[in-house]
Design a protein around this ligand. Structure first.
Ligand code: MN
Length: 313
């Protein structure tokens, strides 16, 4: 097992948004086809996220909230409020534009969320963009554990969300020591988002992770036991909330630059050009859409070095 401490990243958007990024990381490029993980908040919703229109290609964005509300709009025509326990899944394919804005409402105090990207395999990357919202996700119960599965299948609960490689993602709410079975032919990661945990794998490894620190589990683990660190003032209050992700190792070589995933530097440069020329030469997927934020985020300059496709390591 490997502990990955988050990097603090300021997003290049219209508001100063700080997120904690654990994938990609110098220690960890991907987990299955999960190639990106940002953890945001909890922060007062009034200071929350405002991300103007920006593009994606070659990936799926997965948005999952623990607290708060976010309004998603995109060039497919979606206008969707998301709440905790719901899934927003946007498949960028050949190209899509979207914006996100935290909704300030009397009944909402904090915003606390993760956003992940899934690399589309080559066989699925050349599809038109689409968007899926799921209001209710399947849950499972086991001793001291409630799991909500939003991608793939875990402990008999299966999400209907459409993905293109073998993957899983779930929220785990712990009220004490709990265990889950893993597939030894997959790799996994857990990210405590509220409360720290001790992680014990069946082969005798132990690792302690504070909230916001990610634990990577390489292939070969068939069972994971988690113990909430508990509140020091009240050791009986042993609760924690975690994100769990996993998947079959994804071996394809990709180039991930800015908001795009492509296979060649030429394809990255072409998508960048198309996005930045959207006002004069709009192409499918990168059109304008109705948006209360207004404006759009231009792609930055390409680096001077040649972008190279990279695999798992
Ligand atoms: Mn985005």
């Amino acid at each position: 097992m490997l502990l990955v401490e988050p990097r603090e990243i300021k997003l290049t958007t219209r508001s100063e948004i700080a997120v904690r990024r654990t994938i990609p990381h110098a220690k960890l490029r991907r987990v299955g086809a999960w190639v990106f993980l940002d953890h945001f908040g909890p922060t007062p919703q009034v200071d929350g996220m405002t991300v103007a229109a920006h593009p994606h290609t070659g990936l799926q964005t997965v948005t999952w909230l623990f607290e708060g509300q976010v309004h998603h709009r995109d060039s497919v025509g979606s206008s969707q409020l998301i709440r905790p326990g719901q899934l927003n899944l946007m498949t960028a394919g050949t190209g899509v534009a979207h914006s996100e804005k935290a909704r300030v409402a009397a009944e909402v105090s904090n915003l606390h969320a993760v956003q992940l990207w899934v690399a589309l395999p080559n066989s699925a990357s050349n599809q038109p963009p689409s968007f899926e919202h799921l209001n209710e996700l399947p849950q499972f119960e086991s001793p001291n554990l409630t799991g909500t599965v939003f991608i793939g299948e875990l402990a008999g609960a299966a999400s209907p969300a459409k993905v293109f490689s073998p993957l899983v993602a779930a929220q785990l709410d712990l009220t004490g020591i709990a265990s889950i079975d893993l597939r030894p032919d997959w790799e996994y990661a857990i990210l405590p988002v509220a409360g720290g945990v001790s992680a014990f794998s069946a082969d005798g490894e132990t690792l302690e992770a504070a909230a916001t620190e990610l634990v990577y589990l390489p292939m070969g683990k068939d069972r994971l036991t988690l113990e909430p660190a508990g509140d020091q003032g009240d050791p009986s209050a042993k609760t924690a909330t975690l994100l769990l992700i996993g998947g079959e190792p994804f071996d394809e070589e990709i180039i991930m630059w800015w908001n795009f995933i492509e296979r060649t530097p030429e394809a990255i440069a072409a998508k960048r050009e198309q996005w930045n020329a959207r006002e004069t030469h709009p192409v499918a997927g990168f059109e304008n859409f109705e948006d209360e934020i207004g404006g759009w985020i231009p792609a930055p300059e390409l680096p001077n070095v040649t972008l190279r496709p990279r695999g798992r390591s």
